[in-house]
Design a protein around this ligand. Sequence first.
Ligand SMILES: NC(=O)c1ccc[n+]([C@@H]2O[C@H](COP(=O)([O-])OP(=O)(O)OC[C@H]3O[C@@H](n4cnc5c(N)ncnc54)[C@H](O)[C@@H]3O)[C@@H](O)[C@H]2O)c1
Length: 304
Amino acid sequence: MLTAVQDPRSLWTQWNRLDTDHPHTDPAAMPASPVLEQFRLTDRTALITGGGGILGAAFARTLAQAGANVWVADLLVERAQAVADALTAEGLSARAVEANVLERPSLEAARTTIGPVDILISAAGGNAPGATTSAALSFFELPLDAMQQVVALNLFGGAILPAQVFGRDMAENPRGGVILNVSSMNALRPLTRIPGYSAAKAAVSNFTQWLAVHMAQEYNPRIRVNALAPGFFLTDQNRYLLTDEATGELTERGKTIIDHTPMERFGDPADLAGTTLWFCSEAAAFVTGVVVPVDGGFSAFSGV
Ligand SMILES: NC(=O)c1ccc[n+]([C@@H]2O[C@H](COP(=O)([O-])OP(=O)(O)OC[C@H]3O[C@@H](n4cnc5c(N)ncnc54)[C@H](O)[C@@H]3O)[C@@H](O)[C@H]2O)c1
């Protein structure tokens, strides 16, 4: 088995890459570093909704590697279990729980199983082909129910309901808590073809700011609410848009994205680790109400 230092996904490995003048070969041998200590999540309990998905699993791995006791929640509990099993096999602390983020009773049942959490990452979400315009499906024909499902999944299930169910404990916890939502490039400027998803993610960014202010002012100034805005990561929800199913080649849309990404590649889920850990740890103790793009420069590039 790879040690944390050898494993390319390990946070220690990422830090060592940055510190090439003073490479550390063994985390245990490192001198105590107050700034690195801020990133530790020992004694923290974290829940990741949609944790069986590609980005959700990466979030779970990041928090578990930093020492958190992680709960991986998913509508498809077998996916959550597979992620928890993989992390447990690496000696990390992870358990699985079933939760449908669209059903408050399902979230309440998960809360009963888990107890209070210090960190909530709301990673359940995604687009659906039925809510996507195409040559065969014009904007004028887009079915309302498909768009409603996408908005419900990304806004209500993707951010609001989990914050209602798990945020209450944070309000009562003197050390507060962290809520991290997952927005998107769509929130900054809408992408073509996916109007419901774009509108929902714009609303997630807006809600993130609203909740940051509300939690701090009304309940507990030590609750922080932020969001990641990932750029383009090849996952199950967008593979049909970005690659040709038969050949695996990039579609025109996939090529356009790479052309507009100064770093000239899709993101790897491990690219989210550092920003995620920063948000979820004491290192970001004075950061709330922000949405940070992790996008290889996509949102900065005007196209010219
Ligand atoms: N992949 C990207 O490029 C990208 C970019 C920006 C934002 N995002 C966002 O990141 C988040 C994670 O996306 P991903 O790429 O890992 O997708 P994914 O499809 O791999 O994972 C989503 C997970 O959510 C679960 N899920 C779906 N409905 C659910 C429900 N009602 N209750 C509980 N779980 C449910 C699915 O079972 C799945 O395991 C989503 O909010 C997505 O919109 C992804």
